[in-house]
Design a protein around this ligand. Structure first.
Ligand code: ADP
Ligand code: MG
Length: 700
């Protein structure tokens, strides 16, 4: 019965086509297997009945017994609702429905006794329950009630098909009693034994119907492990396969391009970390297989020069290279700084962005096709099918998280063999996340800043201390430095934000009057050309202050800027704050980051600001970000689909992830194709789920 889990859910006793249809539409549950992995999202003590007097809005799900004393539909249109009052011997409470009014109204019999189950909310200062589950007391059977009864996510639609949490519980019970004997193990036996884990069938049984808290915990641990194990297996197997299969171009020669730059032009000595990463890249590119490497380095750690040297290495071996950046500003800036670095050298470097003119494009296309362009810098305009290289051998992607997987995959097809890929990210990613999101990439880390940098000092100030801030800024400007002042820009309220920025701009111009001071301004609603002009003025030191929204977040490099003021700092996420701070501290001067905020701070905002004040270490900040926000919100995770985890939480389950990955590594070393008898359960399981799983190929 290998396909038991693929059985359509409608074949289960008590489900049938109509319920199956809503389950598919509402919860994406198609099969027995899908149903079993619709895990409870919490458990409640169903052996306990509360008294109405005891019920407070702070309580989680609860149940009580009470009599229906009154009911009626009130309100109009959106506000239309059914309100029913229930009473027991300690007090009374209102239950409210906004949907399915007619149907529920019919069920409610005044004077009858009910069992009510739900999550109390605030209603003014009192408690009420919106959309509770109710059942006539005379129909209530509680012989199955346990202290850990599952509560399932459901929807109003499902409820009207009798699939409220309790209805789903019944389906699960039915399914488990039918399926239990057929649930096969999918992990290798030695792994189960090593970690003394529950078998798969017991874990599934216990997660839905735990015998006690300890069993529940073991069930969760087992299923989390399984989830992470399967992901890691797919990632690491892919990596191994790709290493063995995808032929890569050989770049054995360090020739004139590389050497001329390294010996004559390199303006500083590379840090040990930069040298190490270059060695890693060189090793990758002489194996005959395609390189897929993630380069992580904190802001300012000097990734650009590594990218350049890598591209020159490709040039030396007769290949073209490209560098792709997420925004026009950044692409341009890379182009400008690389052009400057390469001045006097024969490398032909060109720029292509969305706003490149068609004449320029045509000319460029020709030069790309005849091989006379060595390095092409650009935005995702590079990916377009019309852009054809003669011989693309190296692709560098900056700020990788801004590109989707598909976009990246297109680059692979730009040559007979896939070009080598170096993906750079300036937002350090916590280890566990990197292992999962980029588990099939090799990872290099630049964990050292260039010598002579003074750590940026970060200060938190309240809005009321603005005069002090202005005094400080004028002192810095007096020393010849430049200043950024950044305002938040959140899409939903762009207008409001723009107003903040405009008001801020005006007060700054008042405090820093012309002609003594010059102020630039850049925001998302400006034309690209105007942005460029303003930006350029600041880069060239013609203006002292740059007032901007977060468009300057990524990569902008003005070494003479020594102060970053972030307005409404409480509205920014940690990684964004860190990115912004990274715009200063790029020269030899002492730099500062000033976080301005109101006095009203949420506890998370406090942690973010305190973290920024305490540390400059991007990896540490990334870990805290992960703890605060959970992986779902971190950059890059949404696009990947890799984090479609039911149970495991990358912030909390780091240990399990590490164990799972270590097990998989051993397994892959030992038996990559799962031919040994002890690995057969896994092999069979993967086969049976293959058609449902993601396309794991070419995720980089
Ligand atoms: P990021 O890693 O954030 O992209 P960049 O590549 O923009 O950082 O480098 C930041 C600054 O540090 C640049 O001005 C660059 O020229 C400089 N830099 C890079 N490597 C070194 C080094 N080894 N020694 C001194 N300065 C360096
Ligand atoms: Mg950079």
């Amino acid at each position: 019965m290998s396909n038991f889990f693929d059985t359509p859910i409608e074949y289960l006793k008590g489900v049938g086509p109509a319920k199956a249809d809503v389950l598919r539409k509402e919860l994406n549950i198609h099969t027995y297997g899908d149903m079993l992995s619709h895990y409870p999202f919490r458990y409640v003590d169903k052996t306990r009945f509360y008294k109405i007097r005891e019920v407070t809005p702070e309580l989680p799900y609860i149940q009580f017994k009470a009599k229906l004393v009154d009911k009626g539909v009130v309100g109009e249109r959106q506000g239309k609702r059914l309100v029913a009052t229930f009473r027991d011997d300690t007090g009374q409470m209102e239950l409210v429905w906004f949907q399915g009014l007619r149907w529920i109204d019919k069920m409610l019999i005044p004077g009858a006794d009910y069992v009510v189950f739900g999550k109390p909310n605030y209603y003014g200062s009192k408690a009420n329950i919106v959309h509770p589950e109710i059942e006539l007391l005379k129909d209530h059977r509680d012989e199955l009630a346990t202290s850990l009864q599952p509560v399932y996510n459901t929807t109003e639609k499902l409820r009207s098909f009798f699939l409220d949490s309790k209805g789903i519980m019944k389906v699960q019970r039915q399914l488990l009693s039918a399926a239990y004997a057929d649930i096969r193990e999918n992990l290798p036996l030695q792994v189960i034994e090593k970690y003394k884990m529950l078998s798969r069938k017991d874990a599934l049984m216990q997660i839905h119907f735990p015998a006690d808290a300890r069993m529940l915990q073991r069930a969760e641990a087992r299923l989390k492990f399984e989830e992470l194990f399967l992901i890691q297996y797919k990632l690491l197997r892919n990596q191994k396969e790709r290493k063995l299969k995808s032929k890569g171009f050989m770049l054995p020669r360090v020739g004139t391009h590389f050497n001329a730059f390294y010996k004559e032009k390199l303006p500083f000595e590379l840090t040990d970390a930069q040298k190490r990463v270059l060695r890693e890249i060189r090793q990758d590119t002489v194996t005959g297989f395609q390189m897929n490497r993630l380069l992580q380095g904190d802001v300012g750690s000097g990734k650009t020069i590594v990218a350049l040297l890598t591209m020159l290495l490709a040039n030396d071996n007769g290949f073209q290279a490209c560098l792709m950046a997420p925004t026009e500003i950044l692409a341009r800036q890379h182009f400008d700084s690389l052009t400057e670095l390469l001045e006097g050298l024969p490398a032909n470097i060109r720029l292509l962005t969305g706003s490149s003119r068609s004449k320029h494009r045509r000319e460029l296309q020709e030069q790309l096709a005849d091989g006379s362009v060595d390095i092409l810098v650009g935005t995702h305009a590079l990916i377009e099918d019309a852009v054809k290289f003669k011989n693309l051998g190296m692709v560098v992607i900056d700020e990788q998280h801004r590109f989707g997987v598909e976009q990246r995959a297109k680059l692979w097809k730009k040559n007979i063999n896939p070009p080598h890929v170096l993906v750079m990210t300036a937002t350090p990613i916590p280890r566990t996340l990197a292992m999962t999101l980029y588990g099939d990439l090799d990872i290099s880390v630049i964990d050292e800043l260039p010598k002579g940098r003074k750590p940026i000092q970060t200060i938190h100030q309240y809005d009321s201390q603005r005069l002090r801030l202005f005094k400080f800024l004028s002192e810095e400007i007096g020393k010849g430095r430049q200043v950024y002042i950044v305002y938040p820009l959140i899409k939903e309220s762009e207008k409001l934000d723009l107003k903040d920025l405009e008001d801020g701009y005006e007060s700054i111009v008042r405090a820093f009057p012309r002609p003594e001071y010059q102020v630039s301004v850049v925001h998302g609603q400006m034309k690209a050309a105007d942005k460029d002009i303003e930006m350029k003025q600041f880069v060239e030191g013609k203006t002292h202050i740059m007032v901007a929204t977060t468009v300057i977040e990524v990569g902008v490099n003005v070494p003479n800027a020594s102060v970053m003021v972030i307005e409404n700092a409480e509205r920014f996420g940690l990684s964004q704050l860190h990115q912004l701070r990274g715009r200063v501290g790029r020269g030899a001067e002492q730099s500062y980051c000033v976080l301005m905020s109101s006095h009203k701070l949420s506890s998370d905002a406090k942690v973010r600001i305190e973290t920024m004040v305490r540390t400059n270490n991007g990896f540490e900040i990334a870990e805290i970000d992960l703890q605060l926000r959970g992986p779902g919100d971190l950059q890059g995770t949404q696009q990947s689909g890799v984090l479609d985890l039911h149970l495991a939480d990358l912030a909390k389950d780091q240990r399990i992830l590490q164990e799972a990955r270590a097990c998989v590594q051993e397994l892959i070393e030992d038996d990559v194709n799962l031919d040994k008898p002890e690995n057969l359960p896994l092999k069979n399981y993967l086969k049976s789920t293959a058609k449902r799983s993601y396309n794991w190929e070419r995720i980089s």
